[in-house]
Write a protein that binds this ligand. Structure first.
Ligand code: ZN
Length: 161
């Protein structure tokens, strides 16, 4: 485990998805959830979008909370966003995080540019945890999970402002 040894030394950035933690069984998911993962497998960040009022919603749900329509599409997004909020975990709770020495890791809430308040939970890669900031511009990238390469995870990396 690499942690800060001095005030000038920064911690190890995340460079890949966390290993050993639960992944979705994509084939067993209902249609209203599966489209998200089919999108990531195609290297697109597809978000559920109401067919009637056209509002994106995430996490996916069967009925539009705005207009109560049951119709939806899986619409590609730009994959561009900003860090809305984040935390850095230094003390792992899950056994796999301890055993594989995967700390520190970050959990980021990214607000997509496609619609205000449209947010996804992910990780920001290639940034030391001390340098992650609210409002940092990021863009999506896709990485197969180490434990199941069929599951492709949407991750975020910094981008120029
Ligand atoms: Zn709607």
């Amino acid at each position: 485990m690499t942690q800060t040894d001095a005030t000038t030394e920064k911690s190890r950035p995340m460079t890949a998805p966390l290993e050993g933690i639960p992944l979705p069984d994509v084939d067993a998911l209902p249609d209203y959830e599966r489209g998200f993962w089919e999108g990531t497998a195609a290297r697109e960040l597809r978000i559920q979008r109401c067919s009637d009022c056209r509002v994106f919603r995430h996490p996916p749900v069967p009925m539009c909370p705005r207009c109560h329509s049951l119709g939806y599409q899986w619409a590609p997004t730009t994959g561009l966003g900003r860090v809305y909020s984040f935390l850095v975990a230094w003390t792992p709770v899950h056994r796999a995080l301890r055993e594989k020495e995967q700390t520190p890791y970050n959990i980021c809430l990214v607000e997509l540019e496609d619609q205000p308040q449209l947010r996804v939970i992910s990780n920001v890669l290639h940034v030391p945890p001390e340098d992650i900031r609210v409002d940092m511009p990021v863009q999506v990238t896709f990485m197969p999970a180490a434990d199941d390469p069929e599951v492709v995870l949407p991750m975020f990396v910094p981008r120029a402002r």
